[in-house]
Design a protein around this ligand. Structure first.
Ligand code: PLP
Length: 400
């Protein structure tokens, strides 16, 4: 028998898996990956490897034979360390039973979507947003209802009336990512309260993504962004996706967590069982060390990110055709180039011609076209070089 053609094979999978568009971030990465002459600033991660103090307990765990199946919800010492970490930063008691360890923040997001929305359901999502929200929603049959923030007079503004106006009888949740990837826009406590109150009134899930909470450039003594945890009860209709990737430089470890009401424990445990069947115990040992001993490292990373943000802003301000808001959080600069209509084509040209790898704004949904995103949690010398190359490109080329 001749094997079926590629198109026959693609025809035999579900339409959702066949038709889901690529993430534009991955399109940029795939275009430039492996080319050593390029300075990549497309992905959301720093240039510093995971500190040895977090790696050591993982290595020791392996050598001590922690190589068996493990707890579906995560090992108790990590869930206890999560409760301690939250107590330190949010100033009230937390219960380990509200924490579920996942394969990266991404699996926490997947679990949330799987739990709360199916075919025909809607989830309201302010955009520009990380494409890994709308994509998995569509793959699960749910419809992301994307509500663009307004970029007015050089700053991003969330219109709460517009956001709440997008709610229908099919809506299951509002997702709020703050500080935001890609904008760095950060919700005020009043924004969070308004979302909480609307969700309470309409019986909706509040889905919070605060993975960049520690990368917050507020006042001198503020060590995190405003949070749903400041104003919500742990047992209410609140689900929070989080990750070790960003604060502790552990993107490659693929460990995150989901914070949820205790009543959902058995449901979450089932989803994890039928998905990854748990996160490797040795990885979790490293994550517990990061939570308990990671504060100096985080402080250093945030200091570097703030300095880099200012460096990028200073460089981009030299170009009158570039517009942006100085981000309040996260570690991305999201900037518009006058006249740019196709951010993906422009991104690919800049990779080829200037040898700098940005991510195209269009991939972040409505409101994102016309912008590019750069991650600035990088070595400052490399960042300067990337900005110089881009500046020269801007002077000599036209965006698509
Ligand atoms: C807003 C947001 N949420 C969640 C994640 C998940 O991160 P990971 O799957 O690496 O843990 C990311 C990663 O870029 C992100 O930007």
């Amino acid at each position: 028998m001749n094997p079926p053609s590629a198109s026959a094979l693609l025809g035999a999978i579900t339409a959702a898996s066949r038709n889901e568009p690529d993430s534009g971030i991955m399109s940029a990465v795939n275009h430039g990956n492996g080319r050593t002459d390029i300075i990549p600033v497309w992905s959301g991660e720093g240039n510093v490897p995971t500190p040895e103090a977090f790696c050591r307990p993982a290595i020791e765990s392996l050598l001590q034979g922690e190589t068996f199946y493990t707890w579906q919800r995560g090992i108790p010492p990590l869930r206890e360390a999560l409760a301690r970490y939250h107590e330190r930063h949010y100033g009230r008691p937390f219960d380990p039973e509200n924490f579920f360890v996942t394969g990266g923040g991404m699996q926490a997001i997947q679990t949330i979507i799987q739990m709360i929305a199916g075919a025909g359901d809607e989830i309201v999502l302010p955009t520009p947003a990380w494409p890994n929200y709308a994509g998995p929603m569509r793959l699960s049959g749910a419809r992301p209802v994307e509500v663009p923030l307004d970029f007015e007079n050089g700053s991003w503004h969330l219109d709460l009336d517009k956001l709440f106006g997008a709610i229908t009888e099919r809506t299951k949740a509002i997702v709020l990512n703050s500080p935001s990837n890609p904008l760095g826009w950060t919700a005020s406590l009043d924004d969070l309260k308004a979302v909480r109150d609307e969700c309470r009134k309409r019986g909706l899930w509040i889905v919070g993504d605060e993975v960049y909470a520690r990368f917050y450039y507020g006042g001198a003594h503020e060590t995190r962004a405003p949070s749903f945890l400041d104003i919500c009860d742990s047992e209410e209709q609140l689900l929070l996706a989080n990750t070790f990737s960003k604060n502790w430089a552990m993107t490659g470890w693929r460990v995150g967590w989901l914070q949820a009401p205790k009543a959902l424990g058995p449901a979450i445990e089932r989803i994890i069982q039928y998905n990854t069947s748990g996160t490797a115990a040795f990885l979790q040992r490293g994550c517990a060390a990061a939570l308990d001993d990671g504060e100096d490292f985080i402080a250093e990373q945030v200091k570097q990110a703030r300095a880099n943000r200012d460096l990028v802003a200073q460089s981009l301000r030299r170009h009158p055709q570039v517009r942006f808001e100085l981000p309040k959080g996260a570690f991305y600069m999201f900037f518009a180039i006058e006249g740019m209509k196709d951010s993906l084509a422009t991104t690919l040209s800049i990779i080829d011609e200037a040898k700098v790898g940005f991510a195209p704004g269009g991939t972040f949904g409505p409101g994102g076209e016309g912008f590019l995103r750069m991650c600035y949690l990088r070595d400052p010398a490399k960042l300067k070089e990337a900005l110089d190359r881009f500046g020269t490109w801007l002077e000599t080329s036209k965006p698509s």
